[in-house]
Design a protein around this ligand. Structure first.
Ligand code: FE
Ligand code: FE
Ligand code: ZN
Length: 277
């Protein structure tokens, strides 16, 4: 069975997200660990986290994805900026130990004119400062669209980061369909070729989750504007091939489409239907 869910608001806590997912007939979901600007997180409620762990076990959820605030930048220009990113991510990972065995996805960063090599180095240094051998969370690098000075729109850049991370067994990759298409990988006409390239450079065993989004822009546009399933340039057929692909179909898929809950419910049902065809 397809594992699919959507991005949910974390404002009512962990267990509430689990119940919300069930109402949408999802068996995974994603949430921001704190507001996207990266400010202070609420005090962690251990009983609430335990309730989610129990709900997920009872309903056989696939792993869920905690998403770091997208404003964090491990390769920012000032040390203060980088330190803030490291400390926030380390705090998120400490909290996630209450929901062990899940994923923590983050945007590798923007090199802001320092160059992609420096960016890659700083990202790896940041991860080396954060990762610990006893961590129960797998940290995912998200494939990026390549807008501005984003690092991680080429599989080679993600490879270079992984190569410099000491505890690289704690790391994986989350493939965002909108981002890879915007980044120039032709998942519309040549999904097999893109996945072969992913396998050659990163190894498909590194691929832990998929962000399932259509794109408002054509392949290679480097824009990063998500569209609802079937309403963008990627289209329903190509996204259906993604969820049906033998190399992908057992992964958790997470919608980040511009929807409210009823729209998410429809897209979850639609993709479940498409997965069976
Ligand atoms: Fe993201
Ligand atoms: Fe994404
Ligand atoms: Zn995006």
């Amino acid at each position: 069975m397809l594992h699919i869910g959507c991005h949910l608001s974390s404002s009512k806590g962990f267990a509430a997200m689990g119940r919300q997912a069930l109402e949408l007939e999802a068996d995974t979901f994603q949430f921001f660990t704190r507001n996207p600007r990266g400010s202070r997180a609420k005090d962690l409620d251990a009983a609430d986290a335990a309730a989610l762990v129990q709900l997920m076990a009872e309903h056989r959820f696939a792993p869920i994805i905690a998403h770091a605030p997208y404003t964090l930048n491990l390769c920012g220009e000032s040390e203060g900026n980088r330190e803030f990113a490291r400390e926030t991510m380390a705090d998120d990972l400490r909290r996630l130990e209450h929901v062990p065995g899940q994923y923590y996805n983050f945007h590798p960063g923007s090199h802001v004119g320092q160059g992609v090599e420096t960016g890659i180095d700083l990202i790896a240094q940041g991860l080396n400062a954060i990762l610990t051998p006893d961590l129960h969370t797998t940290v995912l690098l998200e494939t990026m669209a390549g807008k501005g000075s984003e690092v991680g729109s080429r599989f080679e850049e993600l490879r270079a980061i992984l190569d410099r991370v000491e505890l690289s067994a704690k790391m994986g990759v989350c493939l965002d369909t909108c981002h890879v298409s915007d980044g120039g990988y032709d998942i519309i006409r040549d999904l097999d070729g893109v996945l072969e390239e992913f396998d050659r450079i990163l190894g498909l065993n590194r691929l832990k989750a998929v962000h399932l989004n259509d794109s408002k822009n054509p392949p290679g546009s480097r824009k990063d504007r998500h569209a609802c399933i079937g309403q963008g340039e990627i289209g329903l057929e190509a996204l259906a091939r993604v969820v049906r692909h033998p190399a992908l179909r057992d992964l958790p898929f997470c919608l980040e489409t511009p929807n409210e809950l009823p729209g998410y419910r429809r897209e979850i049902a639609l993709m479940r239907e498409q997965a069976e065809l």
